[in-house]
Design a protein around this ligand. Structure first.
Ligand code: ATP
Ligand code: MG
Length: 573
């Protein structure tokens, strides 16, 4: 492509709404443009990168035995009513009506549609196992669309679904997909980690998330150097009995103490010359309209996902300050378990064998110390509620965990019979018995993968594409456009590189060299082939790598081989 003919609208300034570097760079480098919140136009450069990712995904899905289909975006509500998700999915589901006032939605995911297809078409065990996939636009009315294509309301996803005769087969399908995902993100040139995850609204028996490691990631993940355990922080369990030694003065009896204006756990602990861990925080939560008091050690945070799951709640949030004051009779900061009427208490399991706890007194400016669960207050349920922290013991081997951040680019689930059951997707086994097929589902965010690649590969000048994702592999930059020999050599090289199948740009614009270099760096082309008067007089061409700026000179004859060699280099591991 000649830059004089290209539609590559680059910008000097980042858009004001860009909170992360990938969003800013995708707009500045002319990959995307915003049409509405969470809705983006893919410009030519962006689409080329998208096609690169899609090609890798397709190859690996096919290699794993998948077959590509294309399911509609416009989906009838009846199917979603059958599984209960018409109600369950809530506001994220984009709903609409046709001219006959029949309900439809724009597909956010396709379990319903694919399971319906399979229940109509598959009769016999001989047709199983089967894995179908598609690369299709999805719609989700995200509460906070942000970060450009990373969290859009309209986005491209690869989704795959497997159907097996039995559990063993389903696990094999799951592992095949796990391996395919590992190959996909490796081939994209990304640093990633696969972690154990929570199955969430899709449900099912187990799942893994594939995280591209980047400090700007929305997800917190824990990793163990000892045994290679890795999990989403939301999922990390704790064993019981891991409570630290108590450090504060021992108080056998319950004692009310004056804690004037001390609202945070840190302030109270310092004032009472105790450790944060000697304190138990009491927080008021609302779960599906019911109030709960939630107790957690003072030095820990509540893991809201664990809380939600243990209460079996669909909807969970912290109570607002007015509600907290009404049920505790005290300003926020002084809530405690003692004398709390009407609302049940759920507590982190490490609190069950504690005594000598400092807790709020449900009275302004007062706390208790010496509190003991069971004696001074009743706990309805003990369960694991803590959010993992750096240094916590690994649940597998006990070694300290480290916390990192990541971007979830892929998610795989073993679904079991959740959808085959509700939709009646059965087949006849070898004995003529009717059985439910065992399912798995597997997603990759194509746009999010592109954004994550940029989060991981950029510098202050712009994007640094890993070679497999680069929209073009090489850009030829003639430095002195007024010089006929320079332009002729550049044109010549352009034809030769293209002849070798290299994806090549020719910056034939009548611009200063500085402008050309800036643009090439912003859009992140991995290799620059620079044609300048002085080098040309010596019969040389300069080759420069975007990633480390390393340059080398090649003769006119060598340049093609040199470029080909770099393009085909194995990825740095
Ligand atoms: P998240 O927790 O980030 O909302 P999710 O659990 O809802 O993700 P899945 O339903 O598992 O996501 O979707 C599969 C993949 O689709 C995700 O791993 C992600 O890469 C991508 N994805 C999900 N939501 C979006 C979105 N709003 N914009 C872009 N990609 C998305
Ligand atoms: Mg989501």
């Amino acid at each position: 492509m000649r830059l004089t003919q290209a539609f590559f609208p680059t910008l000097k300034e980042a858009p004001t709404e860009a909170e992360v570097v990938s969003h800013s760079l995708m707009v500045r480098a002319g990959l995307i443009r915003r049409l509405a919140a969470g809705v983006y136009i893919m410009l030519p450069l962006g689409l080329r990168v998208q096609k690169k990712v899609e090609a890798i995904v397709r190859e690996e899905m096919d290699r794993a035995g998948g077959q590509e289909v294309l399911l509609p975006v416009l989906l009838p509500a009846e199917l979603w009513r059958e599984t209960g998700r018409w109600e369950e999915y809530g506001k994220e589901l984009m709903r609409l009506q046709d001219r006959h006032e029949r309900d439809f939605c724009l597909g956010p995911t396709h379990e319903e549609v694919i399971t319906d297809l399979i229940r109509r078409e598959i009769r016999s065990y001989r047709s199983l196992p089967l894995t179908l996939y598609q690369i299709q636009t999805k719609f989700r009315d995200e509460i906070r669309p942000r970060f450009g294509v990373m969290r859009g309301r309209e986005f491209t996803m690869k989704d795959a679904y497997s159907f097996d005769r039995d559990d063993k087969g389903a696990e094999e399908s799951y592992h095949r997909m796990y391996d395919a995902y590992t190959r996909i993100f490796t081939r994209c040139g990304l640093q990633f980690s696969s972690v154990e995850a929570d199955p969430g609204i899709i449900g099912g028996s187990f799942s893994h998330e594939f995280m591209v490691l980047a400090d700007t990631g929305e997800e917190a993940i824990v990793g163990c150097g000892g045994c290679h355990y890795a999990a989403n922080v939301e999922k990390t369990p704790f064993s019981t009995g891991a409570s630290a030694e108590e450090t504060g003065p021992k108080v056998a009896e319950l004692e009310k103490v004056f804690t004037p204006n001390l609202k945070t756990a840190e302030e109270v602990a310092a004032y009472l010359k105790s450790d944060l861990h000697d304190l138990a925080k009491t927080l008021i939560y609302q779960a599906d309209g019911n109030l709960w008091a939630v107790m957690i050690p003072g030095d820990c945070q509540v893991n809201q996902l664990k809380l939600k799951n243990s209460l079996g709640a669909a909807d969970l949030s912290m109570a607002d300050p007015e509600t907290t004051e009404r049920v505790t009779g005290a300003p926020v900061g002084f809530a405690g378990p003692i004398g709390l009427k009407d609302i049940p208490i759920v507590a982190d399991h490490t609190l069950s064998d504690r005594e000598n706890l400092i807790v709020g007194a449900n009275e302004a400016d007062h706390h208790y110390r010496g509190a003991k669960p069971g004696r001074d207050f009743e706990v309805r349920e003990y369960t694991d509620l803590r959010l993992a922290r750096t240094g916590d013991p690994c649940p597998r081997c006990g070694k300290p965990l480290a916390l990192r951040r990541g971007i979830e680019v892929g998610h795989i689930f073993k679904l079991g019979t959740k959808y085959s059951q509700t939709l009646g997707a059965t087949f006849l086994d070898a004995q003529g018995q009717e059985r439910l097929s065992i399912m798995g589902c597997y997603g990759i965010g194509i746009g999010r993968t592109i954004a994550a690649a940029i989060e991981q590969n950029h510098d202050e000048r712009g994007i640094i594409w890993p070679m497999p994702l680069a929209p073009y592999q090489v850009v030829i930059i003639p430095v002195n456009t007024e010089e006929p020999s320079v332009m002729k050599t550049a044109e010549d090289l352009y034809a030769r590189l293209q002849g070798e199948g290299l994806e090549t740009l020719l910056d034939d614009r009548d611009e200063r060299a500085g402008v050309k270099f800036k643009d090439a760096e912003l859009i992140g082309i991995p290799l620059q082939v620079i044609v300048g008067v002085r080098n040309l007089k010596a019969g040389k061409i300069e080759i420069k790598r975007r990633r480390d700026g390393a340059t080398s000179l090649a003769s006119l004859e060598e340049v093609l081989t040199a470029v080909l060699q770099i393009v085909k280099e194995p990825l740095p591991s």
